[in-house]
Structures are given as C-alpha cells and as structure tokens.
Design a binder for this molecule. Structure first.
Ligand code: NDP
Length: 330
C-alpha cells in the first residue's frame, strides 16, 4: 500500500482560500482517537463555499475540506468503536475547524461518530449526507411544533437542491402535501417524482412582500433565507412553523413581528453542525424508516474527488440538482 493518499486541502493561493488535490500521509493527520478509511463524502453548499473560496468556511489553514464522511474504522483507542465498524460524521465543524471528509483517510474524535444504520450502505449515507440529515432535522422540528399532514400545505424552498430534495421525499412519504419552490422549471418532473404536488416559481417569493399575507402554509422548510424566508413567514397560517435552515439566497431576514404576534407563527432555527448526539441518532433512525431507497437513488449521483473544484463552483451557482456523493477513492 502506498504511504500517501489523496485529499482536498484548502490553503491560501494568491491571497484567496482554495481547495486543491494534495497528497497526505498518516503522519499529517490530526491526533484524534479513531482512524477511518473514508469511502465517501458528499457535496454540500458549505463545501462549495470552502473549496471555491467564495465563503470563509475554513477557520484555520491548511484544512482538509468536506463537512461529512462515511467509512470504516481502522484503529480506535475509544471503547465505543472498533476496527471494522461502519461509521459516519456530519458537521461538528469538520472541514471548518477539524480536518474533514475529502480524504482517503482521516482521524476523527470518537464523540463525533455515528454508527451507520443497518438500513444503509456507506454510499447511501452520503447520498443523504449533511444536507439530507438537515432536511430530517427540519421535518422533526415541524413535527415537534405539532404540524400535521391534515393541517394543510407545506412549502419547501430551494426545492431542487440537496436539502430541498430530501425534505420533499420525507414530507411526501409522511403524508404531507408539499409545494415546491424552485427557480428551475426543468426540475418539475424530478420533484413530482419525489413527491411535490405543486410548484411556485422562486421569483414569486424572492422579492419584497407584505409583512402579513394571505395564510397558506401549515409549515415551511426554508433553505433560501432573505426575502424568500420573510415571505414564507408572512404566508404561514396561524400556529404554523417555519424551519429556517439555509442561506442560499442571502443571510438577511427583512421581516416584521406581525406573523409572530398576530398569528403565533413559530420561526425555528435548524443547526445541524452542533446538534446533540441524541438528536443525530434520532434523525438517522428516522431517515432509515422514512426515506424510501428508490428516492435515495433518484436524488443522488457519484462523482470522483478530483472533480470537486468544478463541482464547488456549480453548487455555489445553484446549478446542482439533488445530492452529489463524493467517491474519495475514485
Ligand atoms: P444546494 O445548492 O443543493 O441547494 C440550494 C438551492 O437553493 C438551489 O438548488 C436552488 O434551488 C436554491 N437557490 C440557490 N441560489 C438561490 C438564490 N440566489 N435565490 C433563491 N434560491 C436559490 O444546497 P444545499 O441543499 O446543500 O443547502 C441548502 C442551504 O441549506 C444552504 O444555504 C446551506 O448552507 C444550508 N444548510 C444548512 C445547514 C444547517 O445546519 N442549518 C446544513 C446543511 C445545509 P432551486 O434551483 O430549486 O431554486
């Protein structure tokens, strides 16, 4: 076996952060308690920002990018994991503060690891990836706030992206009527197959709207932020819940207090990065029961790690449909 292996490492190039393919050795890896043979990582919006250098994601350099990974334990000094265990990691600042998943090998803190549910292969878990796990956290939030399928339509924004595709698949399996907001009409057939029952052009939500609008949504999963989030809140029904998980359209929130104080609307934030382990395990267990295998296949495709610089530009430009699995060994 060769002593070196491939990784996408962010460094400073001409004053800008960029992720590029490099060779690493085991001696380069951080001093953590579990060594993993990584099989797959995935492409998330944050990875696009990190690898392209379009967002300040890496808190230190050099940084191995990749906010998630799935692989097999090779060595462990933690009694929670042993060689041969199939494990995954989402978030915990992987690819930001801790070296991440775009590497054929990685050492990771055992407190970050989740055992791969029996229902899934390693590849399945990264077809879902951090985007899909965040979609599950959003659905769990709507449930926790009491949003039921009989309450009416649920809006999913950024529908054709990673979080959106998994959210639609989950919500439709759970019996909700899902309205998909997308800027790409060419994805309507794909989104219908995932379970969307109707569509809103994203332009209808992305401009400045009234602080309070006609009540339509029982619940919302918003991946876009800015005016889209503000309009979704303004259109949410009495006691409905808006799960805000993304910023693909902007980080601002030009809203008013009216929906909260006149309709009891709940705005619930979703943080996948530091979600407690108990919630992660619940999310992965629910993904195993509620995300149909054929939908996992329909939303995902596999790409080699060497394509990441190009894929990073595509996802930041809103051009990726569904989920991209990164085969770190291809
Ligand atoms: P994707 O790029 O796969 O999906 C984002 C989608 O948003 C696009 O496909 C597009 O959907 C839409 N979109 C893109 N640009 C714009 C724009 N300028 N205005 C309006 N809509 C736009 O990303 P992910 O699904 O991986 O992530 C979605 C968001 O969720 C990101 O902001 C990401 O950072 C965030 N996120 C947050 C997490 C958390 O812990 N809170 C965890 C994971 C992701 P369409 O073409 O259908 O219109």
């Amino acid at each position: 076996m060769s002593d070196t292996f491939n990784a996408i490492v962010a460094t400073e190039v001409d004053g800008k952060t960029k992720g590029q393919l490099q060779q690493l050795s085991l001696a380069d890896l951080p001093d953590e308690d579990v060594l993993i043979d990584v099989s797959y990582s995935s492409l998330n919006f944050k990875d696009g920002l990190a690898v392209s250098g379009k967002g300040k994601i890496c808190k230190r350099l050099p940084m191995v990018c990749g906010i998630d990974l799935a692989g097999t334990v090779v060595e462990s000094s933690s009694d929670k994991f042993k060689a041969g265990d199939a494990v995954l990691v989402n978030g915990y600042a992987l690819g930001e503060k801790h070296w991440g998943g775009y590497s054929q090998k990685q050492r990771v803190n055992s407190n970050f690891l989740v055992k791969v549910p029996d229902a899934f292969t390693l590849q399945d878990t990264m077809a879902i990836g951090t985007a899909g796990y965040t979609a599950m956290l959003s659905v769990l939030m709507l449930e926790r706030q009491g949003v039921k399928p009989s309450d009416g339509e649920v809006l999913v924004t950024g529908a054709a992206g990673g979080v959106g595709s998994v959210a639609i698949s989950l919500l439709s399996k759970l019996g909700y009527t899902v309205v998909a907001s997308t800027g790409r009409p060419e994805t309507h057939d794909y989104l219908t197959a995932l379970g969307a029952s109707s569509f809103i052009d994203r332009a209808e939500l992305s401009g400045k709207g009234a602080p309070l609008a006609a009540e339509r949504w029982a619940g919302v999963v918003d991946t876009v932020g800015s005016y889209t989030l503000a309009n979704a809140i303004a259109q949410t029904k009495r006691d409905g819940c808006v799960a805000a998980c993304g910023l693909a359209g902007g980080i601002d929130l030009p809203s008013s207090v009216f929906p909260f104080i006149l309709r009891g609307v709940v705005l619930a934030g979703i943080d996948s990065v530091m979600a407690p382990m108990e919630l992660r395990l619940k999310a992965w267990s629910r993904l195993a029961s509620d995300l149909p295998k054929e939908k996992i296949n329909a939303i995902s495709r596999v790409e080699p790690m060497s394509n990441l610089p190009e894929l990073a530009e595509q996802i930041v430009g809103g051009k990726v449909r569904g989920r991209v699995i990164i085969d770190v060994n291809a």
